[in-house]
Design a protein around this ligand. Structure first.
Ligand SMILES: *Cc1c(COP(=O)(O)O)cnc(C)c1O
Length: 230
């Protein structure tokens, strides 16, 4: 991480906000998957970073066990398997990747056992790509109703990943789809749903133009990811 590069990210966010005529807060999730605890401690010093985002329960667990006190809260942004729900509820402050009724019910049940209320996002597959995680938009309203009814889940908003394409039009379409789903979900549930988690290193400016209130940045902050072959 280099101070000038980091300043540049901040400036790009400000520029995108002014282009979008926005002055509201846009939360910044530092996507720390594959990064070491030392790298995360460096990121923690940056005043405008709000959260860490991890995509694997096991990796987050092993990093948390050595991290010590963390100023930042931890969000699960990757697909959650049923058999990892208990551990996820134990270690994460937020679960952003609720993508099925079954998963929502299970998180709720385990959260109840821990006497916790878990803030969650519903992840929607707005791109139509089969490989992407997230609930299919046609099944969204059933999942929305389920999540909204669970006592130990607090629904804060929605998350999506845009398609991998050079077409700005398609990327923006995916983001605007999510915003429209959120707007109608606000009406149908009566919930605030302030969080629209969309935008990553390659597309966060477009996301801000489409109303994102939380961007998830890994590569721009920490550099290219190197996955360990296991
Ligand atoms: C890895 C990841 C990111 C960050 O991607 P970058 O392109 O490195 O910024 C954001 N969101 C999710 C869900 C991810 O898995």
């Amino acid at each position: 991480m280099n101070i000038e590069e980091i300043e540049k990210i901040y400036e790009r966010i400000q520029t995108a906000k002014s282009k979008a005529n926005r002055t509201d807060k846009i939360y910044f999730t530092a996507v720390s998957k594959t990064r070491t605890v030392d790298e995360m401690k460096e990121a923690e010093k940056i005043s405008w970073i709000d959260y860490f985002g991890e995509n694997r329960v096991q990796e987050a667990e092993s990093k948390k066990s050595v991290y010590g006190e963390s100023k930042l809260k931890w969000r699960l942004i990757g697909h959650l398997q049923n058999n990892k729900v208990r551990k996820a509820v134990e270690i994460f402050d937020y679960i952003d990747s609720v993508d099925s009724v079954e998963l929502a019910l299970r998180i709720n049940r385990v959260a109840g056992e821990f006497n916790k209320i878990i803030p969650v996002l519903i992840e929607v597959n707005t791109s139509g790509e089969a490989s992407k995680t997230g609930i299919n938009p046609e099944k969204f309203s059933e999942l929305l109703d389920t999540v909204a009814q669970q006592e130990n889940l607090s629904l804060q908003g929605l998350m999506t990943i845009a398609p991998i394409t050079d077409s700005e039009i398609e990327i923006r379409k995916s983001f605007s789809n999510l915003r429209e789903l959120r707007d109608s979900a606000k009406i149908s549930t009566g919930l605030e749903l302030p969080i629209l988690s969309m935008g990553m290193s390659g597309d966060f400016e477009l996301a801000i133009l489409e109303g994102s209130t939380m961007i998830r940045i890994g590569t721009l902050l920490f550099g290219e990811r190197i996955y360990n072959v296991k």
